[in-house]
Write a protein that binds this ligand. Structure first.
Ligand code: NAD
Length: 255
């Protein structure tokens, strides 16, 4: 028997097989959940299809989260296919490349707006219509990083977006708790993905984790997937508004 038997999970943010969202999808499927994967657009469609094909019955729906019409289409489709949603995973971030190098003080107005819209506001945008389908309660999970509270070189405006995302988790948890919908974030250690490789010097700070983190190893995406299963399942029924670190303990270090 799986921890998520009979549950319907909508997952935003698979771009390819390295995506954290894909590790989460695999773990949730293993525990019995039925999956729908959204993909940003045609550029990633084939790679997402290669993933989806590995789990028979997985739905694929296109949705750029800057477009409310595309978001609404996701829920129209799932209302028809499933009639309800139990789990929503938001694993999306973006900033123009030039904002993820050099000094934060050089952040442009346009770059700030884009990064905050795609990486933080989109959680609100995908949550609101999801709640109408979470008729039996639900669990919403997003992905964040320690750079929301500490300064990491080149992370820049994405650190500010992660701070906004984490605050959004708390406000959404407060709004949606009375409907038995829980909202939490996983703060993952560095994992080599498309998004991570957009941050200049990523490999440098990723190296610090196996050297210095209490568990002395790099974060494995499968560990993030298993934590997402916990947050999606009844095992975490009393947990909401939480930022849960899956970073081999790195965040506890002072020096
Ligand atoms: N990789 C890491 O080291 C790490 C660590 C902590 C947190 N995170 C977070 O995990 C999440 C997933 O990132 P990842 O590392 O798996 O990289 P990834 O590149 O595989 O995933 C990022 C996803 O965001 C999607 N996306 C970007 N703009 C979009 C838009 N307008 N509409 C719809 N989708 C859009 C991309 O298509 C992609 O699927 C991000 O929030 C990231 O900040 C990553």
């Amino acid at each position: 028997m799986g921890l998520l038997d009979g549950k319907y999970a909508l997952i935003y943010g698979v771009a390819n097989r390295r995506s954290i969202a894909w590790a989460i999808a695999q773990a949730m499927s293993r525990e019995g959940a039925k999956l729908a994967l959204t993909y940003q657009g045609e550029r990633v469609e084939k790679m997402v299809r290669d993933c989806a094909d590995q789990i028979p019955g997985t739905l694929m729906i296109q949705a750029d989260v800057t477009d409310d019409a595309q978001i609404n289409h996701v829920y129209d489709r799932l209302r028809d296919e499933w009639g309800r949603i139990d789990i929503l995973v938001h694993s999306i971030a973006y900033a123009p490349e030039e904002e993820l190098r050099g000094s934060f003080v050089d952040t442009t107005r346009a770059g700030f707006g884009t990064c905050l819209e795609v990486s933080a506001y989109s959680l609100v945008a995908v949550t609101k219509p999801a709640t109408a389908l979470m008729t039996e309660g639900g669990s919403i999970i997003t992905l964040t990083y320690l750079a929301s509270e500490r300064v990491f070189p080149n992370y820049n405006v994405m650190g500010v977006a992660k701070a906004a995302l984490e605050a959004s988790v708390r406000y959404l948890a407060s709004d949606l708790g009375p409907s038995n919908i829980r909202v939490n974030a996983i703060s993952a250690g560095p994992i080599s993905t498309l998004a991570a490789r957009g941050i200049r010097g990523f490999t440098g700070f990723a190296k610090a984790y196996p050297e210095r983190a209490p568990l002395r190893r790099a974060t494995d995406p499968a560990e993030v997937g298993d934590t997402a299963v916990y947050l999606a399942s009844g095992l975490s029924r009393g947990v909401t508004g939480e930022i849960l670190f899956v970073d081999e303990g790195f965040h506890v270090l002072g020096m």
